[in-house]
Design a protein around this ligand. Structure first.
Ligand code: NAD
Length: 479
């Protein structure tokens, strides 16, 4: 049911057909998994321009480069890598045997069986990445999948449904579209595994629905990803990379830097460097074609409310746009320049929420341990960034914080490591995809014990009625 209409589709019936098809398939050979990944790659490769223009239309403004880097290339690389690794990952593991049966030919191995049919709920901010990057691991593990893209990027969702129908049988891979009611119904289905990328709020409700049917979940959530700038860091370089990463997709990325912690005597230098960098990257101001729009009116209003609250509480806010009137005009068009928000009160909305937009919270410290203390007092973030060239400090930061992933002396880039797991911890999520860990996430590790050529139990007195001697021998072996 690769559908783009907004009626609630009969997704339960579709799931049943997919499960039946998976069952009658039996073993899913490497060649079929590779072929599915290959078809997915062709789907992207053959439709790059259409995806770029459709995402641009859904956002209002989004550069082709942003779509290529964040949605197409990031996804394509995962598929390509998974395609090359499928035979390796599928190999059965020989494990240590069970004593004393292993002395007589008994063996233990672990197979990695597909879980079955996996449901994937995606987001609007990187709609192809959040639907298709988990799918690379899902298909490598031999599963079938049903995708429900976000309703906030409807044209991209419809295009994906149409293209998937051209490349896949409906019982192999399906895209179902519709509003929140379809997502809710989707999350209540008896999938063999469900992946949600989204907010912690929806994560809780998807996990609750999954609990009813004991469906395992992978939750790829977000949070306030912090940046720690150490005293040894180059402020110029840090500002360049933070502005580049923070303005990518207008800050609407799950691992976007949310709050920067820097030494108090470096604050003004950092602010000036950010303004300079912003002007160099977006020379015509916030209306520059490189700026991505805020996705919709409700997110626009959410961000405007932050600014109103900050103004009413007299918090220092610096817009990095060209000049005030330009900035005001651009904001009306949902194209915001980066705003630096200096030390907002701890109880302000911006300090409490995941910002998910082009506002950067900045906090200062005199001792980095205080900054780490503040980070550790909050929810565990999806990403953590450290800038600096002090190896001891870097190690201390890694040892004394927790996060889904880390990039050192840059931001965002660890997500592109397609051979390394990507996922959150605590409030930023559970489970992972990418690399071998992604394959394992969507496989069932199934232990197979094969008995040997001789059963020693009778000879060793391990068949009732038991003797005293057996008890004392067993007792002695516990040492
Ligand atoms: P969201 O939580 O509003 O929606 C995510 C998905 O859940 C959508 O497909 C939506 O249709 C579905 N949904 C909505 N209500 C539902 C319900 N009641 N039951 C079941 N499903 C429901 O998130 P969003 O606004 O699309 O995306 C922004 C959030 O996602 C941010 O918190 C961001 O950090 C996070 N995110 C995380 C990652 C990651 O990889 N960890 C990537 C992108 C975005």
């Amino acid at each position: 049911m690769n559908t783009s209409d907004h009626a609630t589709p009969d997704i339960a019936h579709l799931l049943e057909r997919m499960k039946l098809a998976q069952q009658s398939q039996g073993f899913v050979p490497a060649a079929l998994r590779i072929d599915r990944l290959h078809r997915l790659m062709r789907l992207l490769q053959n439709n790059v321009e259409e995806f770029c223009s459709t995402l641009n239309a859904d956002f209002g403004q989004r550069s082709r480069e942003t779509t290529l880097m964040n949605d197409i290339l990031a996804t394509f690389s995962s598929m390509k890598y998974a395609r090359s690794q499928v035979p390796n990952w599928m190999r059965q593991d020989q494990r240590a045997g069970v004593f004393p049966f292993n002395l007589f030919g008994a063996r233990v191995e672990v197979r990695h069986d597909p879980k079955g049919v996996v449901g994937i709920l995606g987001t609007w901010n990187v709609p192809l990445f959040t639907s298709l990057a988990p799918l690379a691991s899902v298909l490598a593990a031999g599963n079938r999948a049903m995708i429900k893209p976000s309703e906030h990027t409807p044209q991209t969702a419809a295009l994906l449904a149409r293209l998937v129908a051209n490349f896949f049988d409906e019982d192999e891979l399906a895209v179902v579209n519709g509003g929140v009611e379809v997502s809710t119904a989707f999350s209540q289905l008896h999938f063999d595994h469900i992946v949600l990328t989204g907010s912690a709020r929806i994560g809780r409700s998807v996990m609750r629905a999954a609990a009813d049917k004991l469906v395992p979940v992978t939750l790829e959530l977000g949070g306030k990803s912090p940046v720690l700038i150490g005293k040894s860091a180059s402020i110029e370089k840090a500002a360049h990379r933070i502005v580049l990463g923070k303005t990518m997709n207008a800050g609407q990325i799950c691992v976007t830097p949310d709050t920067v912690y820097l030494p108090e005597n470096k604050l003004e230098e950092f602010i000036h460097a950010c303004i300079r960098e912003h002007q160099a990257m977006y020379p015509t101001g916030a209306q520059d074609a490189g700026v991505t729009s805020i996705i919709n009116a409700s997110h626009q209003q959410r961000l405007e409310k932050y600014l109103q609250e900050l103004a009413s509480r007299q918090v220092r806010v610096i817009a990095c746009g060209r000049h005030v009137t330009d900035t005001a005009e651009a904001i009306k068009q949902k194209c915001w320049p980066l705003h630096l928000v200096i030390s907002p009160p701890a109880d302000s909305s911006i300090a409490q929420d995941e910002i998910f937009g082009p506002l950067l919270q900045i906090e200062t410290y005199s001792d980095i341990r205080d900054a780490v203390g503040k980070i550790n007092a909050g929810d565990l973030p999806l990403a953590l960034y450290y800038f600096g060239h002090d190896a001891q400090e870097e190690r201390w930061v890694l040892d004394n914080t927790r996060s889904g992933g880390v990039t050192i002396n840059d931001v965002l880039i660890h997500v592109a490591a397609h051979d390394a797991p990507f996922g959150g911890v605590g409030a930023s999520g559970m489970g992972k995809y990418h690399g071998k860990e992604g394959f394992l996430e969507f496989s069932h590790a199934r232990t197979v014990y094969r008995s040997g050529w001789w059963d020693p139990r009778k000879t060793f007195g391990l068949v009732p009625p038991y003797s005293e001697k057996v008890f004392s021998q067993l007792r002695k072996s516990i040492r």
